[in-house]
Write a new protein. Structure first.
Length: 421
């Protein structure tokens, strides 16, 4: 498979767009630098269908909680979007509770689920999550431990970044109020055994939640078939707007609300529903699901070219996204020994490449990734790791631009000196 050659420019790689979708071009020009966006796991461009759906609603007036004609028209848009989202996620409309995004959905699920279970049975104080959860779940669980007396247990992952089910099963017992197992990891892309985790929780009468923020629109997600009680997702990871997400709540399940007010969204999420954002969310999910299988194959092909080229430029690089493991199609985490990730990120940024050192939500924090440490990487290795993530607008040109910049970036980063531990 051809790879980049730092002396002679780059050769054309083997993969390009084949899904039939028509999003905006992946590269934009800012001055003389042609940019390649390789940070889709942080956020991805809105698809035209979502922009159009939002635009149709932005000029309309009407609070969906109002009883007059304008309010009823707004409510109809919200309920049609709810039905569309539910259908594509294997849920029923009444199970879809709109939120401001994944973080709010995770907080409502973990706090609201733990409080409700503990209130029903004061003996249920345990909270079990994986050691590789996103901070929206991890920090929420730590808060419950520190402020509410939750007994927090972290279930380990193996060296591939997959939940160790045997260890997890040993932590879940009759004192467990809630478990949370993410559907797919945001840093290394591994898909977790969610259904098995939910079955173990159910055997002990515990509630089960999954943060599916990275998975929805990129992997097959069926809420009903999963056996889960709760599932979080958001629009901006799949081509919708920032600021809208959803928590799927199994029918009949009562949660303690985190927000209080007007009682919207089954009294779980008070506040006026953003009609335009909800419409954009539904439109984006429809596009993502329609193209998902073709996009999966296309992105895996692009990632294979990216992997080959990176290893050619840095033979000592270590792949944290392991071949043969079930993963999201567009995520690739790589450790570059002897290089500081922050330095590499800045050098690549100057060369027109957008990527990440880890989760965007912890950007700017000079600490090792808890995900990489959990799978056995040292703090030094963690701080030498970059995440490249592909999405709907990614093309072979993006990969070529990165591979062309890689040799000089590696050389300059290594000259900058060793890491200070």
């Amino acid at each position: 498979m051809p790879v980049a050659d730092g002396q002679r420019g780059v050769r054309h790689l083997s993969c390009d767009r084949r899904s039939g979708a028509s999003p905006p071009p992946a590269q934009v020009h800012t001055g003389a630098v042609q940019r390649a966006y390789l940070d889709h796991a942080a956020t991805t461009p809105m698809v035209p269908e979502a922009i159009e759906a939002m635009t149709r609603q932005l000029g309309s007036v009407g609070n969906p909680s109002s009883l007059h004609s304008s309010g009823r028209a707004a409510r109809r848009v919200v309920e049609e979007a709810r039905e569309s989202i539910a259908q594509r996620l294997g849920a029923v409309p009444a199970e879809v509770v709109f939120t401001s995004g994944g973080t709010e959905a995770d907080n409502q699920a973990v706090k609201g689920g733990w409080w409700a279970a503990a209130n029903r049975d004061p003996g249920r104080t345990r909270l079990v999550i994986t050691a590789i959860e996103h901070h929206a779940v991890l920090d929420t669980a730590v808060w419950l431990r520190d402020h509410e007396g939750a007994q927090l247990s972290l279930a380990p992952a193996d060296s591939r970044g997959v939940l160790d089910l045997e260890s997890y099963a040993g932590l879940v017992d009759e004192a467990t109020a809630l478990v949370s197992v993410m559907w797919a990891n945001n840093e290394i892309g591994t898909i977790q055994p969610v259904r098995e985790a939910a079955e173990i929780a159910a055997r002990h009468g515990a509630l089960s939640h999954s943060d599916a923020v990275q998975a929805v629109g990129h992997a097959a997600v069926d809420f009903g078939a999963s056996g889960l009680d709760l599932l979080s997702c958001t629009a901006h990871k799949l081509g919708g707007p920032v600021g809208i997400g959803a928590l799927l709540v199994r029918r009949g399940l009562e949660l303690t609300p985190v927000l209080h007010g007007g009682g919207q969204e089954r009294d779980l999420r008070s506040g006026t529903v953003d009609v335009a954002a909800v419409a954009g969310f539904a439109a984006a999910l429809e596009v993502a699901e329609r193209n998902r299988i073709a996009e999966d194959a296309r992105l895996r092909c692009l990632r294979a070219d990216l992997t080959t080229g990176v290893l050619a430029a840095a033979p000592d690089a270590v792949l944290n996204t392991v071949a043969g493991t079930a993963t999201l199609p567009g995520v690739l985490s790589v450790t570059f020994p002897g290089c500081e990730a922050d330095a590499m990120l800045m050098l690549l940024d100057a060369a027109g490449i957008d990527c990440a050192t880890g989760s965007a939500c912890s950007a700017g924090v000079a600490e090792a990734s808890h995900v990489l440490v959990a799978i056995g990487r040292s703090e030094r290795e963690s701080r030498s790791t970059l995440r490249f993530s592909l999405g709907a607008t990614s093309t072979a040109t993006d990969v070529e631009l990165l591979l062309a910049a890689m040799p000089e970036t590696l050389a300059r980063a290594r000259r900058a000196g060793s890491l200070v531990v």
